[in-house]
Every structure is written in C-alpha cells, then in structure tokens.
Design a protein around this ligand. Structure first.
Ligand code: AMP
Ligand code: MG
Length: 420
C-alpha cells in the first residue's frame, strides 16, 4: 500500500488505469449502438456513394450539346428517359437527348452533367404543348454546364476497403449514420461496465424519509450514480451501509455475487474511528493506495476486493464528485474500452486572486466569456461539504500542485463540467 501524502493525481490515475482491463464485448443492433464504444475496426465494404448520381433535380445532358445555351436562345433537347431515385436507367444518352433525373438517382450512360431544373423550361412554343403530361417530350436548356457539374461521382466520400471507424471510438450519431450507409446492421461494442455503488455512514437517510437529529440525506448515492451513468456504466445501486464492518462486508460481497466490474463507495476511507470500508477491503483484498495529494478529496482509496477493482471515494459530496470525475470517470472509460481517456481542459484567466494550500486543487468556478476570452471566478464557499457551490459552478478550476496563490488574471486550466 502506498500511504504517501505526496502521491500525485497523475500517479494515482496511472496506477488505476494500469490495473484495469476493458470488459468483454457484445454484438448489438445498430439502433442500440449510439454512445457505445466500438470494439472492432470497421471498413467500407463498398464505395460511397455506390454509384455516380445527381446532386440536383434536373436533366442529365451531354455538355457538348448545350455549350451555346442561354435564356435568349435555349437549346431544346428531346427527353429520352425519366430517372427517379432508386432505379437503374436503361438508356445510353445520345446527342440531342436529355433525361429527367431526380436528386440521388443514377446518372445514365453517356451523360456528363446535370442541368438543375431551375435552368430549364417547358414553354409550349419550344417544347410542344405538354400541359398535364407527366413527362414532356422536350426540355429547353437555358445555360451551359461544365463536364461533371451536379454529378456526385462514385466513391466521392469513401473508397471500398477504407477504414471508417477504429476500435475504441465512442459512437457518435454521425458514426451510426455512416455504419448504416455502409450496410452494417450490427457491430461489436464493449459491454457497459457494471459498477456497484454504495454509501456508508450511520448518519445517512434516504430522501423521502424523515430526518432524526444528526442525520442527513444520502446525496452521494444519487450524485455518483448519475455521474457513473454519464460515464457509460451500468450502476448497481446497493444503497447505504451503516458504519459497521459486517454491513459493509455484506454489500461488498453482494457486489462480488452480482459480478460487478468495479466497486465504488463513498465515505469510510478516512482516519475516523468508524471508517470501516478500508478495513473490510483489506480483509479480503488489498489497497494500492489510500491518499492522493489533492484538494478536495485527499482520502481516496484504490485497491481490489475479492479480485474486483475498488475505488473508495471520500464522504464529503464535493470531494466524492471531484474524485469520481478525476479517477472513476477514466476508470469506467478504460473498462468500457476507450483506449486513452483524456480530460477535456481549456485555458481561462482568473477574474480574482486565488489561494490554495499547495495540493493540486479543483475549485468550483463559473467560467464565462468576457471581452473575447474566458474568465474564471469562484462560486461560494469552497468547503467540500458545500454541494450548492458546485451546483452554481459550470467548471472546475485547477490550481497545480505546488502553487499556493495565483494573482488575478493568471492563466489557469479549467474543466467544464458538462464536457463529457
Ligand atoms: P466520512 O468520510 O465518513 O468521514 O464522511 C465525511 C463527511 O461526508 C461527513 O460530513 C459525512 O456526513 C459526509 N457524508 C458521507 N457520506 C455522505 C453521503 N452519502 N451523502 C452526503 N454526505 C455524506
Ligand atoms: Mg462516516
């Protein structure tokens, strides 16, 4: 066990990630894949688009026929075919001919451009009286077109065999779209990690129950479950254990029986007389570390219980939140198959001086754009029990390790809370 007071956030993150492997894979229908992590490489089985097609509603032509076309002296072409989307044209266009064509329809052999319908006409004195007929006999072309105009060539977007998506990618809506374009009805993704979660503390009561003296509601259970789901986990909510070793062990064993991929707890990992979580982990497993040089959230434990990775978060709600963001999020992402979970930081300027105690600090802040740059200001009292100051924040402002004060205007890293 590392009990050093100086284990850095980065070292602790690295230890956690080193000890976690992606969970298994499953094959899912495409409709269920948004947000999931791809577990295979996907390449295109065919060109996209699969055939040359029109990008406009109009008339497929031979450009040589219409080189001299103008509104004053249109070129009249005989309409040789009608090509709706979804059909295969059977003709080869001859000089003097046009084919009516719809957006997305296959370009007929012989044609080398499409004239948009806006640049054509069917004046009776030019085309014969076609009123009421679905397809006129002829069309007047009002402008020339360059070869290739308004044609989307085969493979313009993607060539057959080209890699479309690599393993480890979190599938975005547009990825699901291109998988469908390429004809995939299902793909292999990583299973969602199952994270067992419980709180510990004799003072904790479920919302909906009346509070007795000295009791508070169990906010961490709800906060952490929501955060873990955001990270891509299935959450096994095991409730609250009172501060007694047997009750804590019973919930840990339940997590084992239900085959959790990770156990996350809050509270009971500090140095208080009733902090039994640490003790119970060590009774049937081991701890890699239980302190990190950060603020808030110094009492933070990582280890394994009966072979299942375990992260013990501090009890104070803001500490639990920050610990979950900084350590559990990347852990869940690793279990879920994302190869390189990174933080999404931006630079901002302090709108006020900030003090710290030299530990790497995650302060609650509002970051907003002022005069073309991001400015960060603290929200309320930064005590780690004060959840409302987190509710008011839209970012965590990071003061690096070793820094005790920063003057107003300093450049700092900020981490937007809704960025993942
Ligand atoms: P502990 O880690 O048990 O010493 O708890 C530290 C602080 O966090 C105490 O003030 C606890 O009452 C509070 N706390 C612990 N667990 C929770 C929870 N699940 N919800 C809200 N506050 C909690
Ligand atoms: Mg406690």
């Amino acid at each position: 066990v590392i009990v050093s007071e100086n284990l850095s956030v980065q070292e602790a993150q690295a230890i956690i990630l080193k000890n976690l492997q992606p969970v298994g894979e499953e094959r899912l229908p495409l409709a269920s894949c948004a947000g999931r992590i791809l577990a295979e490489e996907i390449s295109a089985g065919a060109d996209l688009p699969p055939f040359a097609n029109s990008s406009m509603d109009g008339f497929a032509v031979i450009t040589g026929d219409i080189a001299a076309a103008s509104p004053q002296s249109p070129v009249v072409l005989a309409i040789a075919a009608d090509i709706p989307a979804g059909s295969t044209p059977s003709i080869r266009l001859q000089t003097g001919q046009a084919a009516r064509i719809m957006t997305g329809a296959m370009i007929p052999a012989g044609a080398d451009a499409v004239v948009p319908v806006e640049n054509t006409g069917f004046a009776p004195h030019l085309a014969g009286d076609q009123a009421g007929a679905p397809l006129p006999h002829s069309v007047a072309i009002f402008s020339p077109e360059a070869p290739g105009a308004n044609i989307r060539p085969r493979a313009q977007d993607v060539k057959q065999g080209q890699v479309l998506l690599t393993s480890g990618r979190r599938l975005l809506p547009q990825d699901i779209g291109i998988l469908a374009s390429a004809g995939y009805a299902s793909v292999t993704v990583y299973r969602r990690p199952l994270v067992a979660l419980f709180s510990s503390g004799d003072e904790l009561v479920q919302p909906g129950q009346p509070l007795q003296g000295g009791q508070i509601y169990d906010s961490n259970q709800f906060l952490l479950a929501a955060l873990l789901e955001q990270a891509g986990a299935h959450v096994l909510r095991l409730g609250t254990a009172p501060d007694n070793p047997e009750a804590i062990r019973a919930l840990l064993d339940q997590a084992v029986n239900e085959k959790a991929d990770l156990i996350v707890t809050s509270a009971g990992v500090s140095v208080g007389a009733f902090d039994f979580v640490r003790q119970m982990i060590e009774s049937n497993g081991s701890l890699h570390f239980w302190k990190v040089n950060m603020r808030p959230g110094k009492p933070l434990a990582f280890g394994a219980y009966a072979g299942i990775p375990f992260i013990g978060l501090p009890g104070n709600p803001v500490s639990a939140y920050v610990g979950c963001r900084v350590f559990v999020f990347p852990a869940v992402q690793r279990l879920a198959g994302q190869p390189d979970p990174g933080r999404w930081k931006q630079k901002a300027h302090l709108g006020e001086p900030v003090k710290s105690d030299g530990r790497e600090s995650y302060l609650r802040a509002v970051v907003q754009e002022e005069d073309g740059r991001l400015v960060a200001r603290l929200t309320g009292h930064q005590g780690s029990g004060n959840l409302y100051s987190l509710v008011q924040a839209n970012a965590l402002l990071i003061v690096p390790s070793g820094v005790k004060s920063l003057p107003s205007d300093s450049e700092v890293d900020v981490w937007f809370l809704d960025a993942e």
